[in-house]
Write a protein that binds this ligand. Structure first.
Ligand SMILES: C[S@@+](CC[C@H](N)C(=O)[O-])C[C@H]1O[C@@H](n2cnc3c(N)ncnc32)[C@H](O)[C@@H]1O
Length: 296
């Protein structure tokens, strides 16, 4: 049933794609299409293993990348200005860490991804009891600690997250309307967007990255917040064993410029530099940025 609905939705999104593509240079359109094809070999379990196990997800190390990301998100969601009813996570992939703080602040969380295999992986976890490719408990425990709660309260946090995720939707950031027409997102826009490692991993060049940022910005209400995490200096990552997915290498200045032209006020930019032993051969990322921005 869900598969049928997804296929109908994807067909209607494809019709709109034909219309959207008319405003792009043919070379750029082809490069975007090549990225979509590349993703057909993506393996959620391998991706999780590569990026969400030690050393990258080592909760005993202050300089491990996942604790850094969780800390940035925790701070952003507890500063008091990021609030409202609906949070949309753009390009969730097979991961849940990015909404573990936001789920305490927002009444409804919408997860999205381009690939059905990733949406299915998320649904496995949401349907408690079915098997997931990764145990998210240490991530939930770490966020509980950040919130001043006992790690043992992670099961309550898991229940909270499961109760607020209302939808897991298909999305394509290269479409001017990235979500299906019947998506349950307020017409005036969501109150907050989170997006981690999606736009640069889906875009062949900086122009496409900026266009994609513009597209997702249409999902956010004016005055709403964007929490954007992404790779710096990365040219590829492994989406499966042996599958190199090209990434547009970004620098800080390009991220700031793309946010500015897309109509954001940048509130905070933090940079993480990858320690040598975190460079484990699954990509060539050199750093990670965290941007908190407000839609003007
Ligand atoms: C590097 S993964 C990031 C996953 C997750 N957000 C994380 O933090 O690990 C990139 C994600 O972008 C998604 N993606 C690829 N092309 C896309 C597109 N055109 N629109 C939206 N998402 C896309 C992929 O399916 C994949 O889940």
């Amino acid at each position: 049933m869900a598969g049928d609905r997804d296929r109908k939705t994807e067909a209607s999104m494809e019709l709109r794609e034909e219309r959207d593509g008319k405003n792009e240079e043919p070379a750029s359109r082809e490069a975007v299409e090549a990225m979509r094809v590349c993703y057909q070999g993506f393996d959620p379990a391998a991706y999780l293993q590569f990026n969400y196990t030690p050393p990258r997800a080592d909760f005993q190390r202050a300089d491990s990348i996942v604790p850094w990301k969780l800390t940035c998100l925790h701070r952003a969601f507890t500063e008091g200005d990021v609030r409202g009813e609906v949070l949309v996570d753009v390009g969730s992939g097979p991961t849940l860490y990015q909404v573990m703080s936001g789920c305490e602040v927002f009444g409804r969380v919408v997860l999205t991804d381009f690939l059905e295999v990733n949406r299915r992986e998320l649904q496995y976890w949401l349907a408690e009891g079915s098997s997931s490719s990764l145990d998210w408990t240490p991530f939930l425990q770490y966020v509980c600690q950040l919130e001043g709660r006992k790690p043992s309260e992670s099961s309550e946090k898991a229940a909270r997250l499961r109760s607020v995720v209302s939808d897991v939707l298909p999305i394509d950031v290269h479409r001017s309307c990235p979500l299906p027409p019947d998506a349950a997102v307020p017409t005036g826009g969501a109150d907050c967007l989170v997006s981690c490692f999606c736009l640069e991993s889906a875009s062949p060049d900086v122009a496409a990255f900026t266009r994609a940022l513009g597209h997702i910005t249409s999902l956010l209400r004016p005055g709403g917040h964007l929490l954007l995490i992404g790779a710096l200096g990365e040219s590829y990552y492994l989406g499966a064993p042996g599958l190199r997915i090209p990434v547009v290498p970004l620098d800080e200045a390009q991220v700031c410029a793309s946010l500015r032209v897309s109509g954001y006020q940048l509130l905070q930019l933090s940079i993480y530099t990858l320690p040598v032993d975190m460079r484990v051969g699954v990509d060539d990322v050199t750093g990670v940025f965290f941007a908190k921005a407000r839609k003007l």
